[in-house]
Design a protein around this ligand. Structure first.
Ligand code: NAD
Length: 308
């Protein structure tokens, strides 16, 4: 019988469906019991993970029966996809299944930060009444610059152009760079130079690590707000805080970080008088998206092994 190992949280419904067809071992904390994982992985034909399990060569070299890795999410930076390819292991992400949740996060944090809601909130709960001292703005007519125009970038563009934002985008790998009424394709420096909001939707690669750094912030003419739902290391976090402190940017929403959970050395720099929103890698995680992601990976797992 086909054996499936699940090392992170999956919905009960999906678990039941998988258990109907396969022999399943489920431990949602197994991702951190690395020695146990290494010991048992050789028994399994399929592995289902989220983003915490490091599916690296250490694990894969011990996985002689593995044929399928299902990722309950989108980013594949915790999986050595090249090595999987060499070992003929199929890697299946839940492409697009959590995109709508990320889009709503980008739109709602853009609105909050442009309207300075975190600043109003933090002062009001202390008994202040900063009705006129903090200047709030409307989002309509502002320029949203997207870096990365794949599954999520495209959806953000459609959603946000309906909010009245003028969307520009940079994605050097996109074949069709035809601008239309919803988006205009530009060079990276134009994103930096003209955007009021910059939102990142690209993968973490050797090329994109630290892409947004001191030099990028120095080119930001409109004091934009920065939104990162992609991967933490795409932005240099020290340079971001410095850019905020010297007024090169007017706010930031970070859902992803270089270290997750964030370290004290980082959160100690975040003060209650900053126009910012920090969340623990949840922009793609809602009740609805989690159900779609689990259903999709369950379907793909069943399909993969039934077709063999
Ligand atoms: P995608 O692969 O569909 O799109 C990524 C786009 O980035 C591609 O079009 C690619 O051409 C472009 N790109 C690659 N290198 C680039 C560069 N140097 N400059 C500009 N563009 C570049 O991915 P997606 O599904 O849209 O996801 C985007 C990011 O969001 C990924 O990093 C993913 O891991 C992350 N994500 C996070 C969450 C969350 O909960 N925070 C949820 C879903 C996705």
């Amino acid at each position: 019988m086909i054996k499936i190992l699940i090392t992170e949280f999956i919905n009960q419904n999906s678990l039941d469906l998988l258990k109907d067809k396969f022999k399943v071992y489920y431990d949602d904390q197994l991702w951190e019991k690395i020695d146990e994982l290494k010991e048992i992985i050789n028994d399994y034909d399929g592995l289902i993970v989220r983003n915490k399990t490091q599916v690296n060569q250490d694990i894969l070299k011990k996985s002689n029966n593995l044929k399928f890795v299902g990722r309950l999410g989108v980013g594949l930076d915790n999986i050595d996809t090249k090595f999987c390819e060499e070992k003929n292991i199929h890697v299946q992400p839940a492409t697009g299944m959590n995109a709508d949740s990320v889009v709503e996060y980008v739109a709602s944090s853009s609105l909050s930060l442009i309207k300075k809601i975190p600043l109003f909130h933090n002062r009001t709960i202390k008994g202040d009444w900063p009705r006129t001292s903090i200047k709030s703005e409307e989002i309509k007519g502002k320029v949203l610059g997207l870096i990365g125009f794949g599954t999520i970038g495209k959806k953000v563009s459609n959603y946000c152009s309906n909010l009245g934002l003028n969307v520009i985008a940079y994605d050097p790998y996109l074949k069709d760079q035809t601008s239309d009424q919803n988006v205009k394709f530009v060079e990276l420096d134009e994103i930096y130079g003209t955007s009021n909001i910059i939102s990142l939707h690209l993968p973490l690669t050797d090329e994109t690590k630290n892409l947004i750094n001191k030099s990028s912030f120095s080119k930001m003419k409109e004091k934009p707000i920065i939104i990162n739902t992609s991967r933490g290391s795409v932005i240099n976090e020290d340079d971001l805080i410095e850019a905020y402190n010297v007024n090169l940017i007017s706010g930031f929403a970070l859902d992803v970080f270089e270290n997750e959970p964030i370290k004290e050395s980082f959160y100690n720099k975040i003060k209650s008088n900053m126009n910012c929103i920090l969340t623990p890698h949840i922009s793609g995680v809602t009740t609805q998206s989690n159900e779609r992601v689990c259903n999709f990976i369950t379907e793909k797992t069943l399909e993969f092994f039934e077709n063999r």
